[in-house]
Design a protein around this ligand. Structure first.
Ligand code: CP
Length: 332
C-alpha cells in the first residue's frame, strides 16, 4: 500500500486486513511499533474527530504527529502547477511535500472541495498534487471521499451485524440548512457496496444523485461482490426491513456553487430527518452518522439517544482503524 487516497484503490481483502488489525488494536491499544516515527497532519478545514483520533492514535503507537494548518499557523499553499504565485499562497505544494517528506514517514491532508465548480472539485486536485510530490505515503483525511470514515463505518457494521454480505444498508439523505460536502455519502456507497451489502440510496429527488463516478462504482462493486444497489425517493420503501441506516446531508450537484438555491431546495425536504417513526419501520436497524450532527435537524434526540444509535462507536473506530493504517503505511 503506497498511499491511502480512496478505497477504490484497494481490494476488499486489503481493507478487511486493516479492519482486523483495528479490532486487535481496540483490545491492545498502546504499543511502541512506531517509536521515533512522525506524521504531518495538514488541515485546510476544521475537525474534531479526525484531528484528535490521528494525534492520539500516533501517540499510542509511539509516533509523533505534527499538526499544520496552512493559511493559519502555517504558510498558505498553492496546489496548481505552473501558476504565477502573486496571490495569497507563500509556497508551492512541490516544496511543502518535498520538505515534509524529509521530516516525516507519512503525510495526511484534509482538503474539502471549494464548492464553486464541481467539474474542478471532482478531480480532487489538492490531495493528488500532494501525493504526486510526496516521497512518503499520503493519507486522505477527507476530500471528495472520506476513506478513514469508511473503515470506521465498516468496522461498526461488522461489530453490529457480523458478515456484511447481503445485509440491508440504507444511505439516506437528511436535511441540513447548508449544502454540505458529498464526501461521506460517496464513501458510504463505496464501502457498503465493496463489502457486498444490499444497498439502498434514499434521496429526495433526482437532483440529489451523487456524482456518476460514485454511482457507477457502487453498481460495479456491488455486482462484483454479489450485493445489490438501488436508488429510491420512497422513504417507506427504503426504511422497510433495513438493518443499518446511515444518514448524511449533502448539496445537490446540479446547483453546485449556488449555495442559496441549494439551501432553498434542501428546505423542501426537512421531513427526511431520521426520526423514531422511520426507524420503527426497519428490521431493528442500527443507526449511525459520521458526526458532527445537528440534533433535531438531521436526526431527532430520540434516535441519537436510542440504544440502536452507534454513531459514538463509529467515531471511536476512527482511532482503531487509523492506527491500523499507520502501522501498515509507516511500519513497513
Ligand atoms: N467525521 C469526521 O471526520 O469528523 P471531524 O470533521 O470532526 O473530523
Amino acid at each position: 500500500m503506497k498511499h491511502f487516497l480512496t478505497t477504490e484503490d484497494h481490494s476488499r481483502d486489503e481493507l478487511q486486513s486493516l479492519l482486523d488489525v483495528a479490532d486487535e488494536l481496540r483490545r491492545d491499544p498502546v504499543r511502541a511499533d512506531l517509536a521515533g516515527r512522525t506524521i504531518a497532519l495538514l488541515f485546510l478545514n476544521p475537525s474534531l474527530r479526525t484531528r484528535s483520533s490521528f494525534e492520539i492514535g500516533a501517540f499510542q503507537l509511539g509516533a509523533h504527529a505534527v499538526v499544520l494548518e496552512p493559511g493559519k499557523a502555517a504558510w498558505g499553499i498553492e496546489f496548481e502547477p505552473g501558476v504565477v504565485m502573486d496571490g495569497d499562497a507563500e509556497e508551492h505544494i512541490a516544496e511543502v511535500a518535498g520538505v515534509l517528506s524529509r521530516y516525516c514517514d507519512a503525510l495526511a491532508i484534509r482538503a474539502f472541495p471549494l464548492f464553486k465548480d464541481w467539474s474542478v472539485d471532482r478531480e480532487d486536485r489538492v490531495i493528488r498534487a500532494l501525493a504526486r510530490h510526496a516521497t512518503v505515503p499520503v493519507i486522505n483525511m477527507e476530500t471528495i471521499v472520506h476513506p478513514c470514515q469508511e473503515l470506521a463505518l465498516m468496522r461498526a457494521v461488522q461489530d453490529q451485524l457480523g458478515r456484511p454480505d447481503g445485509k440491508k444498508f440504507v444511505l439516506t439523505w437528511t436535511y441540513h440548512p447548508k449544502p454540505l460536502n458529498t464526501a461521506v455519502a460517496n464513501s458510504a456507497l463505496l464501502i457498503a457496496t465493496k463489502f457486498g451489502m444490499d444497498v439502498t440510496l434514499l434521496i429526495p429527488e433526482e437532483a440529489y444523485r451523487l456524482d456518476e463516478r460514485y454511482m457507477r462504482a457502487a453498481e460495479s462493486q456491488s455486482t462484483a461482490a454479489g450485493g445489490a444497489f438501488r436508488v429510491t425517493t420512497d422513504i417507506d420503501e427504503a426504511y422497510r426491513d433495513a438493518e443499518f441506516v446511515y444518514a448524511k446531508s449533502w448539496g445537490c450537484l446540479p446547483l453546485y456553487g449556488r449555495p442559496e438555491e441549494q439551501s432553498a431546495l434542501n428546505a423542501k425536504y426537512k421531513h427526511f430527518i431520521v426520526d423514531e417513526e422511520k426507524m420503527a419501520k426497519t428490521a431493528d436497524a442500527r443507526f449511525s452518522h459520521c458526526l458532527p450532527l445537528r440534533r433535531n435537524v438531521k436526526a431527532t434526540d430520540g434516535v441519537m439517544d436510542a440504544d440502536y444509535c452507534v454513531a459514538i462507536d463509529e467515531a471511536e473506530n476512527r482511532l482503531h482503524v487509523q492506527k491500523a493504517l499507520l502501522l501498515k503505511l509507516m511500519g513497513e
